[in-house]
Design a protein around this ligand. Sequence first.
Ligand code: TEU
Ligand code: CA
Length: 540
Amino acid sequence: MEKDWWKNAVVYQIYPKSFQDSNGDGIGDIPGIISKLDYLEKLGVTALWLNPIYCSPGVDNGYDISDYKRIDPIYGSMKDVDCLIREAQKREIKIIMDLVVNHTSDQHPWFLQSRQSRTNRYRDYYIWRDPVDGHEPNSLKSVFGGSAWEFDSQTGQYYLHQFSKQQPDLNWQNPQLREEIYQMMNFWIKKGIGGFRLDVIDLIGKDPDKMQMSNGPDLHRFLREMNQRTFGSRNLMTVGETWGATPEIAKLYSDPQRHELSMVFQFEHTQLDQTSAGGKWSMKPLDLHELKLVLSKWQMDLDGHGWNSLFWNNHDLPRAVSSFGNDQEYRIESAKMLAILLHLMKGTPYIYQGEEIGMTNCPVNLIDEVNDIESVNMYHEKINEGQKKEDILQLINRKGRDNARTPMQWNGQSQYAGFSNRSPWLHINPNFKMINVADQVYDSNSVFNTYRKLINYRKTHQIVVEGKYQLVKTADEVFAYLRQLEGQKLLVVANLSSQIQNLNLNYGIQQPWISNYSLGKIDLTHYQLRPYEALAVEIH
Ligand code: TEU
Ligand code: CA
């Protein structure tokens, strides 16, 4: 295996529950994924990140794991996973597993033991504290609402849960717990996987007593230990989910000298439509100037000292075309624009299932239609505070996680979009008749084929992988940058707005090699970009 192969990789994220159902129970599964490997090979991706498929009560759709070494029967069996790894390998595609080790399910045998007694040998696998004056040990809040501490009357102590109370936090200070985690990781590595995506990994070094949760004092020590004990010598790809990372922090994780991770997911560009104090549910308009500055900062700052991941959306975020583009009038143009803009930057690109066909958010009218625990809890919390139903639902429609989790739209003919032959676990976006794979695969002008072309270009042009990045000065609504490698130059230009924008760049007359409008040669010194027009051109 080529060293640092992941620098050339293009990763496709699969939300298994919503990708493809093979046995008619309305839930996507592993045989379903296997049946779509040819499709993924055609797209050209070289790795698949699967959201968690381990045994789980499903309170947080698999992020509450009750057995790390077994596959949840709703998804299939370990045999199916072995088959998936083999079949993917035949197509030179690697499988990246989701590693959720900040917390487990409250049904995990470790926690069932841990809560038995204060002296149980698993007690210190989790974080238990005495009440203070009959109350929670401190004011730490759960991401999903309410206190992060839950009282357990059986032993008279509180346990910590940064997510739902069915997701107790593991105690990484306990060397025995760390040992078990490493052993479990090695079990997966032996199966021949390509790497791990590490869920909320910035939380494991926490100091809950000082209320320092992300980027805690022991984080990097634990990661180096993990690296040494598991994937370090095996040339795997690792990507940490780090909501609290700045470029300085990201370098600590991804500088090869430090032997921690290949790269991290940073979320700065996905949070520009929210106020800094109010968090996810407190929205403000997206400032395009800021978007350019943030993405450019990450490109520049990590250059030479780390590695970027590139993504617009994932299973926790709204659909890219709905939040950064225009999912109505200019859906196709803006979906392609986002693809061109991101895929020619430096870093490892991630495509979230359905993004490659321009899938959109899926609005709901009633809270009963919402599945996700985060949105449901937030709804009830805000109702109790006296907020209006309509306003809360509007927030859910803009930012709710179900937007990304509706089933994959394979075709426009079948009742359930080719995802299943029975009513699925989560509603299908009614726009599947218009937006689906079948209509796009053979249409050379489709969003799908724009992605395919971009992936192929990355594979065949080293400048996309290695070229230096430089922002080019333009109007706020236009995002333009240069990539440069040994005298070679690639210019990327994107109109982020639905208005016409003038471009005046001193590069003369050129022939773009990719664009989302049909184009001949253009004069870059005087060019009018149409709504969401994007193009890339090699400068000669
Ligand atoms: O997400 C981390 C996390 O903090 C999210 O809850 C995030 O704040 C939220 O989704 C924003 O909408 C990871 C997983 O990606 C997510 O699906 C899990 O729910 C969470 O960890 C707990 O494991
Ligand atoms: Ca199924």
